[in-house]
Design a protein around this ligand. Sequence first.
Ligand code: AMP
Ligand code: ZN
Length: 115
Amino acid sequence: MADNCLFCKIAKGEIPSQKVYEDENVFAFRDINPQAPAHIVIIPKKHIKDLNSLSEGDDLIIGYVQAAAATIALQFPEMKNGYRVVNNCGADAGQTVFHIHYHLLGGRSFGWPPG
Ligand code: AMP
Ligand code: ZN
């Protein structure tokens, strides 16, 4: 838990969210500003700033978080034909919350390359 981290507070239930999944390592909730019909934010419960800030053992956590995306996608009929998993690392990529997270988006088709 990092002081004043929005996503740490969400994972602890100190700030309300629309939870869709939780296990010992992972918490997932609906994005407050959805960019697709189904837009889920998936975070590790451990506070890690971003993909450039992994400590020893964090690679396992990140793998766990990414695998959870597939489990969570099964909950959403909108994702049965596909979904997108996105990590924004750093300000230039659009990261605004510095607790590592993956966006899970589905329910529409997505362009490539991303904007
Ligand atoms: P990023 O821009 O990759 O750092 O993504 C942060 C995401 O968190 C954005 O898509 C925001 O809409 C979302 N977000 C910010 N505050 C909340 C909140 N209180 N509950 C749910 N999602 C949030
Ligand atoms: Zn945090």
